[in-house]
Design a protein around this ligand. Structure first.
Ligand code: HXC
Length: 269
């Protein structure tokens, strides 16, 4: 772990978390933090070698972890991932929707299928995972007390709070993810005791997502972020620990920007 923990080591004792995209980048950091705080971990992703490496890394830290190869665009994969998690780890308490697709492309060059591909991964994929997990996350779901509901956390972005160059597809997809968060917080919070929230990360160092967008982590540009620095993966993982634990037990329907205040700031003239 890169920094000291701000939370009790047994924060997630007895809990099980399933993270899509949990084998790399921010997802792997969350898997590690959740596991270090007592949770058993299931990670789902498309690339077997990435999953295998992540499971090995988690196991080397004493974390019970399993990997499930699958694509969130495939409804049957979503159902099997959830069922395998419950079969092998006994229950499901936390679902993190971290799987995402992204690339930079000007709208004039973005084919409708390219747009749809990202919508399918980010938006449909998020909904399909929530839908597959509902039965187990609800109050009294397998392994749970009658009053004990689960938590959903979806990883969003701040791109769509304004407009972002060459990101029309991701902006639309993440806006829809935020909308899913609010709708499910209302319906599933009321009916099933499930809290549904999101995190919108800013520019986070050392992640495949940012590498892909060729973000220039120039320290001079960081001065335009109110807190004067880029984010680190642990900034997201610590927020995830807070939201998904009892510490965040009254948070429902929120998507929390974790970006050092970047999206509210303007470059000083
Ligand atoms: C333009 C592109 C393109 C590109 C693909 N397409 N890459 N168009 N520029 N760079 C088009 C293809 O031509 C095709 O359209 C359609 O998209 C589908 O492409 P496929 O390669 O067949 O799709 P697939 O193999 O399913 O791959 C999905 C992917 C890929 C999203 C395109 O990049 C991927 O698998 N990414 C997963 C990993 C990832 O991106 N992680 C980053 C997450 S970070 P046509 O019309 O030709 O059929 C993140 C952060 C967001 O999300 C917030 C940032 C601040």
């Amino acid at each position: 772990m890169a920094t000291k923990s701000f939370f009790a080591a047994d924060l997630f004792e007895g809990k099980v978390a399933l993270l899509t995209g949990g084998g790399s980048g921010i997802g792997l950091e969350m898997s590690t933090y959740f596991g270090r705080h007592g949770a058993k971990i299931a990670i789902m992703g498309r690339r077997k070698e990435v999953l295998d490496d992540a499971v090995k890394l988690l196991a080397s830290q004493g974390i019970k972890a399993i990997g499930f190869q699958g694509d969130v665009r495939n409804k049957d994969d979503c159902t099997r991932a959830v069922e395998t998690t419950v079969d092998e780890l006994g229950r499901l308490d936390i679902l993190v929707n971290g799987a995402a697709g992204n690339f930079l492309c000007a709208a004039e060059d973005l084919s409708p299928n390219a747009f749809k591909t990202v919508m399918d991964i980010d938006t449909l994929g998020t909904y399909q995972m929530c839908y597959a997990a509902l039965h187990y996350l609800k109050r009294g779901g397998k392994g749970k007390q009658p009053h004990e509901g689960g938590v959903i956390l979806s990883i969003s972005a701040t791109l769509h709070y304004t407009a972002s160059w060459y990101q029309i597809h991701v902006s639309a997809a993440k806006a829809a993810v935020d909308s899913i968060t609010r709708s499910l917080a209302l319906e599933w919070g009321t009916d099933f005791g499930i809290r549904v929230n999101g995190i919108a990360p800013g520019p986070i160092r050392d992640t495949p997502g940012m590498d892909k967008l060729s973000v220039d982590f120039d320290e001079k540009i960081a001065k335009n972020i109110p807190l004067g620095r880029y984010g680190d993966k642990h900034d997201i993982a610590n927020c995830a620990l807070f939201i998904c634990s009892e510490a965040g037990g009254y948070i429902n329907g929120a998507t929390v920007p974790v970006d050092g205040g970047q999206w509210v700031s303007k470059v000083r003239m």
